[in-house]
Design a protein around this ligand. Structure first.
Ligand SMILES: Cc1ncc(COP(=O)(O)O)c(C=O)c1O
Length: 401
C-alpha cells in the first residue's frame, strides 16, 4: 500500500483493491511492473553476499529469479493480508502449493491425518510420494470434528483439512480440529480454495497454513494456473526454505495476471454467490433433485457451521439427483448450451460435471443414493443459466434407453 494507511481499519472491498500495491516506487503506475529476470546484478561482491543473508532473514530483496521479485510480492503480500496470515508464497499450480506445504512440514516417520473428502490429486500425492518418503496417511471422516483426537498419534505432525470437501461439500469444524492439533503439537493445514481469501479467514479459526488454488477465484478468468500458501509467523521460514529448496517459483506474466484478477475478486464473488443461491434454491424445488449441497442454503448439510464460521459462499456446489441412469445424466450434460464440461472452476463461466468419487472414499460413509453433479455458477445472466438447466433436467426426466 502506498499512502500511510493502517490497513487493519480498512473494509474488505478496499483491502482487495489496495493490499500489496506499491505505486510509489514504480513511477505511479497502478499495477506492479512485470519483472522478467533470472540473474539479478549486484553492485559489489559484498552486496551480493549481504542481500542473500537479508533475504534469508525474511526481507523481500531481489537475489535471484527463483527467490521472488516485486511482481511476486505484490500478489503474495495481498493474499497474506486478505487471508490474515504473516507471509505468502506462490507456486505454479494449486497442486504444487499443496505438495510443497505437505513436504515442508512432514518427514519420514511422521503421521498425517487427511480428510477423506480431499481433492483427489492431493490424495494421490499422499498415497504415492509421501508414502515413498515414509509418511503414513490416515484418512478421516470430514465430519469428525473434535473426535479427531481419537486418531492422533505421538507422531501426528499435520492435520490436513478442506472445507467444504471436494465434490461432496462437507463443512468441517475447523476450530475444533485445529484445537486438537494444537493440543497435541501438530499443525493444521487448510485447502481454503472454495471460500477464497475473502469468505473464510483461516488464521482466526486456528489454522496454521492456508492454501489457495489461486487458479480459481483469485485468477478468476480461467487463463492461469497458480497456487499460494500463507502461514503464521512461526511457520513462515520452514515453508519459505522448502519452497526455495524445491526451486518453486511462478512466471512473472502469470503473477501479474493473478494480481490483476484479484482486484475484482470481491465483486465477482458477490455475483457468484447471488446467482448460486438463486439457482441452488430453484434446483432444490425441482422434482428431479434430491438435495442441493450448497452450504449457504438454510437446509443444506453443514449450513450451521458455515453460518458460524464463513463470511460468504462461492459459486461451486453439488446436486444429488433422484435415481437416474448414468446415460440419462450424460444426455442431460452433453447437450447443455451454456454450462461447459471441464475441470477446474472459479472462472467467469459456468461448468457442470458428473461426480464419480465414491470409490475414492475410504474413511467415511457414502451419504448419497442418487447420482451427483458438480456445478460452477459463473457470471452469465442467471435466467439464461436456469433455462439451460431446465432443458437439461427435462432431457434427464425424458431419457429413454
Ligand atoms: C479444492 C481444490 N484444491 C486444489 C486444486 C488444484 O488447483 P490447480 O488446478 O491449480 O492445481 C483444485 C483444482 O481443481 C481444487 O478444486
Amino acid at each position: 500500500m502506498n499512502k500511510k494507511t493502517d490497513s487493519s481499519v480498512l473494509r474488505e472491498d478496499t483491502k482487495v483493491v489496495v493490499s500489496g500495491r506499491d505505486t510509489k516506487n514504480y513511477g505511479g503506475v497502478i499495477n506492479p511492473p512485470v519483472y522478467h529476470g533470472s540473474t539479478i546484478l549486484a553492485e559489489s561482491v559484498e552486496s551480493y553476499n549481504s542481500r542473500y543473508l537479508e533475504a534469508k532473514e525474511g526481507e523481500q530483496v531481489m537475489v535471484y529469479g527463483t527467490m521472488g521479485n516485486p511482481t511476486a510480492w505484490a500478489l503474495e503480500n495481498a493474499i497474506a493480508e486478505l487471508e490474515g496470515g504473516y507471509h505468502c508464497s506462490t507456486y505454479p499450480s494449486g497442486l504444487a502449493a499443496i505438495s510443497v506445504a505437505l513436504m515442508a512440514f512432514l518427514k519420514s516417520g511422521d503421521h498425517l491425518l487427511m480428510t477423506d473428502s480431499i481433492y483427489a490429486p492431493t490424495r494421490r500425492f499422499c498415497d504415492t510420494v509421501l508414502r515413498r518418503f515414509g509418511v503414513e496417511t490416515t484418512y478421516y471422516d470430514p465430519l469428525i470434528g473434535a473426535e479427531i483426537e481419537s486418531l492422533m498419534r505421538p507422531n501426528t505432525a499435520v492435520i490436513f483439512t478442506e472445507s467444504p470437501g471436494s465434490n461432496t461439500f462437507e463443512v468441517q469444524d475447523i476450530p475444533a480440529i485445529a484445537e486438537v492439533a494444537r493440543k497435541h503439537g501438530a499443525i493444521t493445514q487448510l485447502d481454503n480454495t472454495w471460500a477464497s481469501p475473502l469468505y473464510f479467514k483461516p488464521f482466526e479459526h486456528g489454522v496454521d497454513i492456508s492454501i489457495q488454488a489461486a487458479t480459481k477465484y483469485i485468477v478468476g478468468h480461467s487463463d492461469v494456473l497458480l497456487g499460494s500458501v500463507t502461514t503464521t509467523r512461526e511457520n513462515w521460514k520452514i515453508l519459505r526454505d522448502c519452497t526455495w529448496h524445491f526451486g518453486q517459483c511462478v512466471a512473472p506474466d502469470d503473477l501479474y495476471l493473478a494480481q490483476r484478477g484479484l482486484r475484482t475478486m470481491a465483486v465477482r464473488l458477490r455475483q457468484h454467490q447471488k446467482s448460486s443461491l438463486e439457482i441452488a434454491e430453484w434446483l432444490s424445488n425441482r422434482n428431479e433433485v434430491r438435495q442441493v449441497l450448497y452450504p449457504a442454503l438454510p437446509d443444506a448439510p453443514g449450513h450451521e457451521i458455515w453460518k458460524r464460521d464463513f463470511l460468504g459462499a462461492s459459486g461451486l456446489f453439488g446436486v444429488e439427483l433422484e435415481t437416474f441412469s448414468k446415460k440419462a445424466v450424460e444426455k442431460m450434460i452433453d447437450e447443455m448450451r451454456l454450462f461447459g464440461i471441464g475441470s477446474s472452476w472459479g472462472g467467469y463461466e459456468s461448468l457442470i460435471l458428473p461426480v464419480n468419487v465414491r470409490d475414492l472414499r475410504t474413511a467415511s460413509p457414502w451419504r448419497f443414493e442418487g447420482p451427483l453433479l458438480r456445478l460452477h455458477i459463473g457470471l452469465e445472466d442467471v435466467d439464461d443459466l436456469k433455462d439451460d438447466l431446465n432443458d437439461g433436467l427435462e432431457r434427464l426426466r425424458n431419457f429413454q434407453s
